[in-house]
Design a protein around this ligand. Structure first.
Ligand code: ADP
Ligand code: ZN
Length: 579
C-alpha cells in the first residue's frame, strides 16, 4: 500500500466514525420540548424530578416516574438553581452529561479528520494534482507543467495579461516609469473555459511560484480561521519574493455584502477583509500578483473591485468555432487519430462547448478507442463520446434547440450590426458574435468614436435605433409572436436614452427645452403622460428601424449566414458586406 493510499484510508475511517457518532448524538438528542410556563406549572405541582442545567438555550429535565428527558427554554436567570433546589428538585450541571462527552469526541474527531484531509491534499498537490487546499505551500515554477502553449484560443485574455507577466519578472521597470500595475486580476467566465489554466500559465511564464486556494474552502471554517489562512498564504508568498496567488471561486468569500445584518456571515467578511488588508499591504515593486476567478463578475462586492485591488477584469469566455478547432487540435496532439477525423467539422459541431468539455470529449473518445482495441481514435469514437458528453450536460435534445437559438441570435446580432452600419457608418463595429458572453446573450460590441465630447440629437436617436435593431430583426424574420427575451438589455438602454432625450436634454420639440424633473418636482412628476410620450416616440423609432432593415433584408441575411458559419465576425469582415 502506498503512503497516499494509506492516508486516504485513515481519512475515510475517521470521517466514518465521525458520521456514526454524529448520527448517534442526533438520535439521542431529539427530545420533546415543553414550554416554559408548563414547566413552571409542573414544578409547582412537584412533578419535576431532575433538572440538568447548562449555559445552552435549552435545558433538560426529567419528570417523576418517567425515564425520558425533556427540554425547555433555559431562563438563564440568577438564583434559578437555588429555586430548583428549594423546591426539592435534583440539579445536575451539564458538563458531565454523557452527550457533552460524546459531543467533545465528535468535534475532536472532526478536527483530526480535517487535519488529515488538509494534510493529504497538501501531499496530493505537491505531487502535481490540481486539488485546491488551504495549505500555504505553493507549486514551484519548475513543477508547473502548463504555459501559454497549452492554452488555445483565449487570444484577447492572453494579450491582456502579457504586461502583467512582464511586470512580475521585472517590477522595477514599471515602478521607474511611475506605472501602477494591477495587484489583482479577475478572470471571469463560465466554468471550464480555462481560467485556472490561465493563472497557472501566467505563473509558469513569469517563472514564479503558484499558490492556489478556492474561496469555497473558506466557507465552512470556524470564525477567524479563514482570515488567518489568508495571512499565512501571503506571508509564505512574500518569502518567495515573487509569486502568483490564485483564488478560485472568489465569489464564495467576495459576494456582495448584504446590508441585512441577520444574513451577514462573519467568517466570510473576516476572510474578505483579511484579503483586502493583505492586498493593500504589499508594495507595488514586490512582484506578487493575485489572480481570482469567478463565473459571475456582477456578484462581487464592490470593495473587491476598487482601484488598487482587483482592478483588471478579463473575460475568459466560450470559445468560438476557430478557438474550438485550436483547442481540439491541442488536445489531439498526444493522441493517435485516424484520417477520417475532421477537426474543422468537429469544431462546428461543438457549439457552446467549453475547453473543459472539449478536453473531456476527446478523452472519452480515446477511452472508447482503447476499449475497442483499435490503434487510432476514429470518427465513430468521437461521435459516441459526443453524445456521452452532451447527455451528461442536459437530457433534452440539445442540438435542435441549439440550432434555432443560434439562428435567432444570429439574426438579432446581424440586425444590430446592419443598422449601425446604416445609420452611423463612422462608428466602428468591432466585433459581432453569436457566442454568448457572460454579460448577456449574444454579443455585439460597438465603439462610439472616443474623440467626441457631445452626442447630437440625431446620434441619440440613432443609438436608440441601433439598440432596437436586434428585436426588429427578430420580428421581421420570425414574426411578431416569436420575438424573444433576448432584447431586454437593448430595451433598457433604449429606454434610458429616450427618457434622457425628453427629460434631460430638452430635445423633444413638443415638450421643449425644459427639464421635466425640475419643472414638475420629482414627486409630482406626471408619470402617465411622460410614459405615454416615451412610448409613442419609441414606437415611431422602432417602426423606422424595421423599415430600414426590411429595405436591406439582403444584407441582413448575408450577415446572418456568415455569423452562423463563423460565429464571430471582425470589423473588416463586417465592412465587406457594405459595398
Ligand atoms: P476554469 O478554471 O475556467 O473552470 P479550467 O482552467 O479548470 O477551467 O479548465 C479545465 C480544463 O479544460 C483545462 O485543464 C484544459 O484541459 C481544458 N481547457 C479549458 N480551456 C482551454 C483552452 N483555452 N485551451 C486548452 N485547454 C483548455
Ligand atoms: Zn441585442
Amino acid at each position: 500500500m502506498t503512503k497516499k493510499k494509506y492516508l486516504r484510508y485513515i481519512m475515510i475511517g475517521v470521517v466514518l466514525i465521525a458520521v456514526v457518532v454524529g448520527i448517534y448524538i442526533n438520535k439521542h438528542s431529539r427530545l420533546s420540548d415543553v414550554n416554559y410556563t408548563q414547566f413552571l406549572t409542573m414544578m409547582n405541582e412537584k412533578q419535576i424530578e431532575e433538572v440538568i442545567i447548562s449555559s445552552d438555550a435549552k435545558l433538560k429535565f426529567k419528570q417523576v416516574g418517567d425515564e425520558s428527558t425533556y427540554l425547555t427554554d433555559n431562563p438563564r436567570v440568577e438564583g434559578f438553581k437555588e429555586k430548583l433546589l428549594l423546591s426539592g428538585v435534583k440539579v445536575t450541571e451539564s458538563s458531565n452529561s454523557s452527550s457533552y462527552f460524546a459531543q467533545s469526541i465528535f468535534s475532536m474527531l472532526l478536527f483530526v479528520g480535517l487535519g488529515v484531509f488538509i494534510f493529504a491534499n497538501a501531499k496530493k498537490r505537491g505531487m502535481g494534482g490540481g486539488m485546491m487546499s488551504l495549505s500555504a505551500s505553493p507549486v514551484e515554477a519548475n513543477r508547473l507543467t502548463q504555459d501559454f502553449s497549452n492554452i488555445a484560443g483565449n487570444v484577447e485574455a492572453k494579450e491582456q495579461v502579457q504586461d502583467v507577466i512582464d511586470f512580475i519578472k521585472s517590477p522595477d521597470k514599471y515602478v521607474k516609469m511611475g506605472a501602477r500595475m494591477p495587484k489583482g486580476i479577475i478572470l471571469y467566465g463560465p466554468p471550464g473555459t480555462g481560467k485556472t489554466l490561465m493563472a497557472k500559465a501566467i505563473a509558469k511564464e513569469a517563472d514564479v511560484a503558484f499558490f492556489s486556494v478556492s474561496g469555497s474552502d473558506f466557507v465552512q471554517l470556524y470564525v477567524g480561521v479563514g482570515a488567518s489562512r489568508v495571512r499565512e498564504i501571503f506571508a509564505e508568498a512574500r518569502k518567495h519574493k515573487k509569486a502568483v496567488i490564485f483564488i478560485d471561486e472568489i465569489d464564495a468569500i467576495g459576494k456582495k455584502r448584504s446590508h441585512n445584518a441577520a444574513n451577514s456571515n462573519d467568517e466570510k467578511d473576516q476572510t474578505l477583509n483579511a484579503l483586502l488588508t493583505e492586498m493593500s499591504g504589499f508594495k507595488e515593486d514586490e512582484g506578487i500578483v493575485i489572480i481570482a476567478a469567478t463565473n459571475r463578475l456582477d456578484m462581487l462586492d464592490d470593495a473587491l473591485l476598487r482601484p488598487g485591488r482587483f482592478d483588471r477584469h478579463i473575460e475568459v469566455g466560450y470559445p468560438d468555432v476557430n478557438a474550438r478547432e485550436q483547442i481540439i487540435k491541442l488536445h489531439l496532439k498526444n493522441k493517435p487519430i485516424s484520417d477520417d477525423v475532421d477537426t474543422k467539422a468537429l469544431a462546428k459541431q461543438t457549439v457552446y462547448f467549453t475547453g473543459a468539455m472539449l478536453e473531456n470529449l476527446l478523452n472519452e473518445a480515446a477511452i472508447s478507442a482503447a476499449k475497442s482495441n483499435i490503434s487510432v481514435i476514429e470518427k465513430q469514437d468521437i461521435q459516441t463520446a459526443f453524445y456521452t458528453v452532451i447527455a451528461g450536460k442536459e437530457k433534452k435534445d440539445r442540438s435542435s434547440i441549439t440550432q434555432l437559438d443560434r439562428e435567432i441570435t444570429a439574426f438579432h446580432e446581424a440586425g444590430h450590426a446592419l443598422v449601425t452600419k446604416l445609420v452611423a457608418p463612422d462608428n466602428s463595429v468591432a466585433k459581432v458574435t453569436i457566442i454568448p458572453s457572460t454579460k448577456g446573450a449574444g454579443g455585439f460590441s460597438m465603439n462610439i468614436p472616443k474623440d467626441k465630447m457631445y452626442l447630437t440629437k440625431k446620434e441619440i436617436l440613432n443609438q436608440i435605433k441601433i439598440s432596437l435593431a436586434g428585436r426588429a430583426a427578430e420580428e421581421i424574420v420570425f414574426g411578431v409572436e416569436n420575438v424573444t427575451t433576448g432584447a431586454s438589455n437593448d430595451i433598457e438602454k433604449a429606454s434610458q436614452y429616450i427618457k434622457d432625450y425628453i427629460v434631460k436634454y430638452g430635445m423633444d420639440e413638443e415638450v421643449g427645452l425644459i427639464n421635466l424633473g425640475i419643472i414638475m418636482g420629482q414627486d409630482t412628476l406626471d408619470n402617465t403622460s411622460l410614459v405615454k410620450k416615451c412610448s409613442e416616440e419609441m414606437k415611431r423609432l422602432y417602426h423606422e428601424t424595421k423599415d430600414l432593415i426590411i429595405d436591406h433584408r439582403g444584407i441582413l441575411d448575408e450577415l446572418t449566414q456568415a455569423l452562423l458559419e463563423k460565429e464571430t465576425l471582425e470589423e473588416s469582415e463586417i465592412a465587406s458586406f457594405f459595398y
